[in-house]
Design a binder for this molecule. Structure first.
Ligand SMILES: *Cc1c(COP(=O)(O)O)cnc(C)c1O
Length: 369
């Protein structure tokens, strides 16, 4: 049996008539940028997340950059971000001219540890970027309290957490503003790069729309310089089709995760994901920890099972951040994860036989073959 790490072709086959129709519609309209498909998707997505606004942008990384920029974050400012994440949640801080300040993550849930965060707050701190890593919401109440106490903006990175919940609220509606990625392999994926910003903060919407469109809201109305970062009509039309399936696909992921939990619960050589109280995990990734990570990965690969590592280096250990001179001992949880995490295949089209096979092979590996 072959188990790919991720696979998009069967999903396309499932929704082909709808997608093909949506694409044809855009082609025949002759309108590819800033049209009604984008506006329709923005409305649908805002309703889904539970915010007043959604702004389509070019990708999830730009979404983070545009939020930071709209809050006036720049030279001399600091923004606190997890030491363990994808580089977008720190590189966008530097893009604004500000300084990324890493805080360690909780060793059980892999999201920002509020105690570590508070220690990093200085008079220069302007915001916190919280990443709902792997699809699990961070501890938002504690972070909101911290932000209130110190007057900071709370920016959610929801690139891995479409439809994840914290206390009955969908993430992306809890902080001041949130960034979503629709990279093809994300839980809601376009057929190319795409992203959006959700927010209830009326004060930043117009300036983000302007900045992301060369500084112009209307044609030729350039009051400032900006950048070009827009969701296009084709991707918006595709996303509107896929959005209808997102709840079902998320339930499929949760079902797959439950099968992994059941089949692996007695395997004491690995650490299974832990689910924080009052949250609903959307299982963008199913990440286990193993001290024998490299050998296990290789063994599974020989059995036809592909896995991945998210991520092989904590951010503070990347060459890109050597100049920040963060003492590595400050990040024990992140340092552990880079050596132990292994992402097992999880996506809606995965079959229960495939999951069974993955679990069997993990058991075989630990029983000494
Ligand atoms: C994918 C991802 C992003 C960036 O999204 P792009 O659309 O690829 O720019 C940002 N943050 C996290 C945590 C991600 O996983």
């Amino acid at each position: 049996m072959e188990v790919p790490f991720f696979e998009l072709k069967s999903q396309y086959q499932q929704i082909k008539p709808d997608i093909d129709h949506a694409i044809q519609d855009v082609f025949e309209s002759g309108n590819f940028i800033r049209g009604e498909k984008v506006a329709a998707f923005e409305n649908e997505f805002a309703k889904t997340i539970g915010t007043r606004h959604c702004i389509g942008v070019g990708n999830g990384t730009d979404a983070l950059f545009l939020i930071l920029n709209a809050y006036g974050i720049g030279a001399g400012d600091e923004v606190i971000t997890p030491a363990f994440s994808w580089i977008s949640s720190s590189e966008t801080i530097s893009q604004c001219g500000a300084r990324p300040v890493f805080a360690d993550i909780d060793p059980d849930y892999y999201t920002l540890d509020p105690v570590a965060v508070e220690k990093k707050i200085t008079p220069r701190t302007k915001a916190i970027i919280v990443v709902h890593l792997y699809g699990q919401s961070a501890n938002m109440d504690v972070l909101l309290t911290l932000c209130k106490k110190y007057g900071l903006k709370l920016i959610e990175d929801c690139a891995q957490s479409h439809l994840s919940k914290y206390k009955n609220k969908i993430v992306g509606s809890i902080g001041d503003a949130a960034a979503f990625s629709f990279y093809p392999t994300k839980n809601l994926g376009a057929y190319g790069d795409a992203g959006c910003i959700t927010t209830n903060d009326d004060s930043i919407v117009e300036s983000i729309r302007r900045f992301a469109n060369h500084g112009a809201l209307l044609k030729d109305d350039h009051t400032i310089e900006g950048i070009n970062s827009r969701l296009d009509e084709l991707q918006a039309a595709i996303l509107s089709v896929k959005l209808k399936y997102l709840t079902g696909w998320t339930q499929d992921r949760v079902g797959h995760a439950n099968q992994y939990f059941e089949k692996l619960k007695n395997q004491e050589n690995i650490v299974l994901p832990k689910i924080q109280d009052n949250t609903a995990h959307s299982f963008h990734l199913f990440v286990i920890q193993s001290k024998e990570r490299e050998a296990l990965k290789l063994f599974l690969e020989k059995c036809g099972i592909l896995t991945a590592i998210h991520y092989p280096k904590a951010l503070h250990n990347l060459i890109a951040y050597h100049h920040l001179i963060h003492p590595s001992e400050e990040f024990p949880a992140s340092n552990t994860l880079e050596n132990t995490v292994l992402s097992l295949p999880i996506y809606p089209g995965l079959s229960s036989q495939q999951i069974e096979f993955v679990c069997e092979k993990i058991q075989t590996f630990y029983s000494g073959n």
